[in-house]
Design a protein around this ligand. Structure first.
Ligand code: DGT
Ligand code: CA
Ligand code: CA
Ligand code: ZN
Length: 575
């Protein structure tokens, strides 16, 4: 069993435990173990099988998990999991993916109607059977139906980090082939989209075709969907991600890049423009319609140039005004990963992170940052062992002490403070006043009515101690819809009062998205891109946040991570 498979089994079990209404701390221990195991560099199965070694020496793996691991490695399952699977069929797990439906409701629905599939649940809602259950009403039925619709739309899509890593791996693998010169991701991944349907790779070089043969022999290929002269498609990995690899002539590489980068909407608009200019554009090149003469094909710059346009960054190619802006010379000069000097939302092992303050700082320094901020959870998030005022004060001291040990690098003291139901902060003002960075985040009561949620968040943006609104819409990609509130109104107040908004770079969130970013920018809001790291390796997710910022048309001046420490400090203090 691979670490990934073991981790998946543990998280599934945690999901089932949640449905069964089991103890929260025990559930968390399964979830933690899953994260630890997935990222462990050595094979967990090997360690477990080695009688001379003790798997509990790995941080995050206790006695209970260890015994589950032994059983799991031996026979592919373990007692707790078997018991749960007897009570709830495996299909119930899929119900957890429907936005708006929590584990308690699933248990109740299953307990009453024995319904465990999405289709059967949909029927229950349509027949208004859910209303007959305690605390469930017509509104919930409508919400679940919407959730199912969203789920179906998202089904078969993948979070960007999974696809990004697959792309990196495949690029390395295909570059082993002699006569292959360039391998480039195109499609939605190149555009920096938050979820990806399939991975598109373009290959060029004198022997590009050999790359297709090599590709279908990749050890992770589960199913070959097609293998021709210029294109091979296959499903790879445990998740069955589809990958399309296309062999392209170097002479038409630019045209192919443009075509296969998309988006479709952008391509259509660009082709319209070409036609109006007496030209035609396809994946082989830009041609004069009259005599078929190729005008440009080798590079994207040339093609855009012949169409009277500057090169347009892939993140902007959604036909949402980029062509008009390009014509007017008003394309933004997009922020870049290299402009980012800090990361200011991260957790340590004091709450639900995996590393110490010093380890996070070391990792930040290695990234070339000038500073980071430690922002552990506050007490309301008991599941994450959130900090109360006393522990937070101690941590502030600790942060100052550790920071002094670093040269040319500063650790700011912060906190990701829970926003209580009524919009008050979960930490007293006197303590907030001592922090350098206060991120305010909603982690509870996410289903309030729109008006109540708007009031709640208004109270937050009016709070003089708050610097940044954390993951502002609360969406979890492919899992949970944003909470409903009047975003424009909150953005307007935030802009006026100097509250910053976060671009949470965690691949499961990517919150704010492009549309919200563009709205907030017009309201004068400034942004902070943060990885929300719970592990040193999560700092690498910054690039996904930057991609989001670029999709939101943001320039370096809109993003506070580009500031040197002194200016950054001022920008996140409100006094
Ligand atoms: P995805 O895979 O759903 O995340 O999104 P994309 O944008 O990667 O879509 P995909 O993989 O179907 O196609 C890649 C690009 O190729 C797409 O952005 C535009 C181009 N393309 C593919 N098929 C067509 C087509 O039938 N018409 C046009 N105009 N463009 C296409
Ligand atoms: Ca694609
Ligand atoms: Ca594709
Ligand atoms: Zn958070």
């Amino acid at each position: 069993m691979t670490n990934k498979e073991i981790a998946n089994t543990l998280s599934e079990t945690a999901d089932l435990m949640e449905i069964a209404g089991m103890d929260g701390f025990r559930i968390r221990s399964y979830r933690n173990a899953a994260v630890v195991i997935e990222s462990h560099t050595e094979g967990i199965a090997d360690i477990v099988r080695d009688s001379g070694r003790d798997v509990t020496t790995i941080k995050g793996i206790g006695k209970g998990i260890a015994s589950a691991l032994h059983e799991l490695v031996e026979r592919g399952s373990f007692e707790r999991r078997d018991e749960l699977l007897e009570k709830y069929p495996p299909t119930t797990l899929e119900l957890l993916k429907i936005p708006g439906l929590g584990p308690k409701s699933i248990a109740l629905i299953y307990g009453t109607y024995r319904v465990s599939t999405i289709e059967a649940l949909e029927e229950l809602c349509r027949e208004h059977k859910l209303q007959e259950l305690p605390r469930m009403g017509e509104k919930l039925e409508q919400k679940i139906l919407r959730g199912i619709e969203n789920y179906k739309r998202g089904a078969g899509r993948f979070l960007v980090d999974l696809v990004d890593r697959a792309a990196e791996e495949l690029v390395a693998y295909l570059s082993e082939v002699e006569g292959v010169e360039k391998i480039t991701p195109a499609g939605s991944l190149r555009r920096g989209k938050e979820t990806i349907g399939d991975l598109d790779l373009l290959v060029t070089g004198p022997n590009a075709r050999a790359a297709l043969d090599h590709f279908v022999k990749h050890p992770e290929v589960k199913e070959v969907l097609g293998h021709g002269e210029t294109k091979a498609s296959a499903r790879i990995g445990a998740m069955g991600l589809q990958v399309d690899v296309r062999a392209v002539n170097a002479s038409s590489y630019g045209a192919a890049m443009m075509y296969f980068t998309g988006s479709k909407e952008h391509n259509v608009a660009i082709r319209d423009r070409a036609v109006r200019m007496g030209l035609s554009l396809n994946e082989y090149g830009l041609k004069r319609t009259a005599d078929g003469e190729i005008v440009a094909a080798g590079s994207e710059e040339e093609i855009y140039g012949k169409l009277g346009l500057p090169w347009i960054a892939p993140e902007l190619r959604e036909n949402t005004g980029e062509i008009e802006a390009a014509l007017d010379g008003e394309l933004p000069k997009l922020v870049e990963l290299g402009d980012v000097h800090c990361d200011v939302h991260m957790h340590t092992h004091e709450t639900d992170g995996h590393h110490s303050i010093a380890e996070m700082a070391e990792a930040g320094k290695k990234k070339g940052y000038t500073h980071i901020a430690i922002t552990d959870h506050s007490q309301a998030l008991a599941m994450a062992n959130g900090l109360d005022e006393k522990r937070l004060l101690e941590q502030i001291e600790e942060v100052r002490r550790v920071s002094d040990e670093f040269e040319d690098f500063t650790i700011l003291a912060g906190c990701e403070v829970d926003i209580l139901k009524d919009g008050r902060m979960d930490i007293d003002d006197e303590v907030l006043a001592q922090l350098d960075v206060v991120i305010a985040s909603v982690h509870s009561y996410m289903n309030l009515e729109e008006a109540e949620m708007t009031e709640r968040l208004l109270r937050v943006v009016e709070n003089p101690y708050v610097s940044i609104l954390g993951h502002p819409t609360g969406r979890l990609l492919l899992r949970r819809e944003p909470y409903s509130y009047d975003f424009e109104r909150i953005a307007d107040e935030a802009g006026r009062r100097g509250i910053r908004m976060e671009i949470n770079a965690s691949p499961g969130r990517l919150d704010l998205d492009a549309t919200h970013l563009r709205i907030a920018k017009t309201k004068g809001v400034k942004f902070v891109i943060s990885t929300d790291a719970h592990d040193t390796r999560h700092l690498d997710n910054m690039k996904y946040g930057v991609a989001m910022a670029r999709r939101g048309w943001l320039e370096a001046g809109d993003v506070l991570n580009t500031l040197p420490l002194g200016e950054f400090r001022k920008a996140v203090r409100r006094d």
